[in-house]
Design a protein around this ligand. Structure first.
Ligand code: FES
Length: 302
């Protein structure tokens, strides 16, 4: 029998879907959400908000299905369906803003995931209306749960197979030993320009403060000789592993060139999404004319 995952992998590569994914992405990006966009990403809580919000429709609709299957309280089942419908709107909006900042392969699966969930909402809306005649309402509810489950399966594939919404920098401490790594000489790092170097197997972006800021190094930065303080972060963005060294430096932050997440140079804190996790921040020192970096939390995996 053919592995069902093969079908989903075909979905990832189905460029025909791009005529839907691109306009949807543009429409979501054009929404005037302001700072609410980062709230919906979950930047404030350090991980994606969407999986948290979907708990409510999933939980209430599953509970309604159990009541329906047991021939239970129709009014209670109808109330559960209604709560799930009300909670579906913020869950969908948080998923949409995440979707708009993903890679094309993610968006192709994401648009089918979204279509399944929109269909589930339509079925549950019809179920809510039809529950004055419980038999029909229950059937529509069970159909909605079936479609929502298929949508949830695709959501699981997006998160755990494709890595959408997970922290792509989490493994960095386990790829390094807790020791100093030489990454160049002071002249290699002009002020305000991100420079990519390797610490063992891990790419690192180093940024020197503008000369006017010399001596202000704090947190993970600190090699002030030869100009402003030097700061070093893991180069692969926590959002989807984009190269921070290809980004812009402004106001003490480096901005990822892929989707615009901004990370504070002094400590790696994520100051704007779509990333939700901080960027691993290195200590920097100058020793015997060499610039060296060390990750305090490094603990190489056995
Ligand atoms: S890879 Fe998406 S913001 Fe960096």
């Amino acid at each position: 029998m053919r592995n069902p995952l093969t079908k989903i992998e075909e979905l990832e590569r189905a460029e025909a879907l791009d005529r839907f994914t691109e306009p949807l992405r543009a429409a979501v990006r054009a929404l005037p959400l302001g700072p609410v966009r980062d709230v919906l990403h979950g930047t404030w809580q350090g991980h994606a908000l969407h999986p948290t919000l979907v708990q409510i429709p999933v939980g209430t609709w599953t509970s309604a299905a159990l009541l329906d299957l047991r021939g239970g309280n129709d009014r209670a089942a109808r109330a559960l369906v209604a709560v799930g419908l009300a909670a579906a709107a913020p869950a969908a909006l948080s998923g949409a803003v995440d979707y708009a900042e993903q890679l094309p392969e993610h968006q192709r699966v994401g648009v089918v995931h979204a279509a399944a969930n929109v269909t589930a909402v339509a079925l549950y809306t019809a179920s809510f209306v039809a529950r004055r005649r419980p038999g029909r309402g229950r059937l529509l509810g069970l159909a909605g749960l079936t479609v929502a489950s298929a949508g949830g399966f695709l959501g699981g594939h997006l998160a755990f197979r494709q890595g959408a919404g997970v922290n792509h920098a989490d493994a960095v401490p386990h790829l390094l030993d807790p020791e100093w790594y030489a990454v160049g000489v002071p002249a290699d790092f002009p002020a305000g320009e991100p420079v990519r170097r390797m610490a063992g197997e891990v790419p690192v972006v180093l940024v020197r403060d503008a000369a006017a800021d010399a001596g202000n190094g704090n947190g993970a930065g600190g090699a002030a000789a030869g100009g402003g303080a030097l700061h070093a972060l893991a180069d692969r963005c926590a959002h989807l592993a984009g190269p921070l060294s290809g980004g812009e430096v402004d106001d003490g932050c480096v901005t990822c060139p892929w989707h615009g997440s901004a990370f504070r140079l002094t400590d790696g804190a994520c100051v704007s999404g779509p990333a939700t996790a901080p960027q691993p921040a290195f200590e920097v020192r100058e020793e015997s004319g060499r610039v060296e970096v060390r990750l305090p939390a490094a603990e190489a995996a056995p």
